[in-house]
Ligand binder design. Structure first.
Ligand SMILES: [Zn+2]
Length: 254
């Protein structure tokens, strides 16, 4: 039988070593990459995060959605970012001001601008949105100009510098009409298009919770595309950390 993320979530919920062992080998690389991207390659932070997830009280494995791997990594991302310090930016800008400034932009333009708050370069963003890096640059210049008109103090890196605060504000701002993870994945995977779904599109275009959520799912898809599982040897210290017994004694049977 093929062991996948579905089985892993089930086994982690039941606190079985097989689940945690698979988790260490397959998801530590993604977590490590996220932490590094958002500003920390401190191994102690990674360990602390893994132990938080391992905690039986952790909410991570308590509910399962139909696209578990990407759902799981999206949840891991939020957990990882919550561990990171978010120093006050020199010039602060709040989500309402950003929303007001960027209101004239289309959905994709808003995404291109927003992914700058997630510290991705124009080429990286272009890959996520499937548009040319030059297009992303142009949109970002326009977005920066729109923001400049709304604030007293400004610099070009303002959105990026306010990324952690803006991300937290957007994530906390969802409402009843917000799209589900499944809908975003259906769009990203091409199972669904915006055609004939003007109401949904209108909602997302006007909702920064959804723009942020959409961008986070695009990030996860790109992240998973670029990570390989750890080898047996590389995964060993993480298995030990998560309390998985050594492999040779297979006294646990699934
Ligand atoms: Zn929404």
């Amino acid at each position: 039988m093929i062991y996948t993320c579905y089985e892993m979530v089930r086994d982690c919920r039941a606190d079985l070593p097989e689940g945690w062992s698979y988790f260490a080998a397959n998801y530590v690389p993604a977590i490590r990459k996220l932490l590094a991207h958002y500003g920390s390659d401190d191994p102690a932070l990674l360990e602390r995060l893994l132990l938080t997830i391992r905690d039986p009280q952790s909410s991570l494995f308590q509910s399962i959605e139909p696209a578990p791997e990407r759902w799981l990594v999206a949840e891991l991302r939020q957990k990882a970012l919550a561990q990171l310090a978010a120093p006050d930016p020199e010039i602060a800008i709040d989500l309402e001001t950003v929303a007001d400034a960027l209101q004239p932009l289309t959905m994709v333009e808003k995404q291109a601008a927003w992914i700058e708050t997630m510290r991705y370069s124009a080429p990286e963003t272009g890959a996520m949105l499937r548009v040319a890096p030059q297009t992303v640059e142009k949109i970002r210049d326009r977005a920066a100009e729109l923001v400049r008109q709304k604030v007293d103090a400004w610099r070009r890196s303002l959105l990026a510098e306010n990324g952690p605060q803006l991300g937290r504000a957007a994530a906390a701002s969802g409402g009843q009409d917000c799209l589900t993870v499944k809908t975003f994945l259906d769009i990203i995977d091409g199972r669904m298009t915006w055609r004939g779904r003007e109401e949904l599109e209108r909602h997302v275009t006007g909702c920064w919770h959804c723009i942020d959520h959409f961008c986070r799912m695009l990030e996860v898809v790109e992240l998973l595309r670029g990570t390989q599982p750890l080898s047996e040897e590389e995964a060993k210290p993480f298995r030990t950390l998560l309390g998985v017994p050594a492999r040779k004694k297979r006294w646990w049977r699934g």
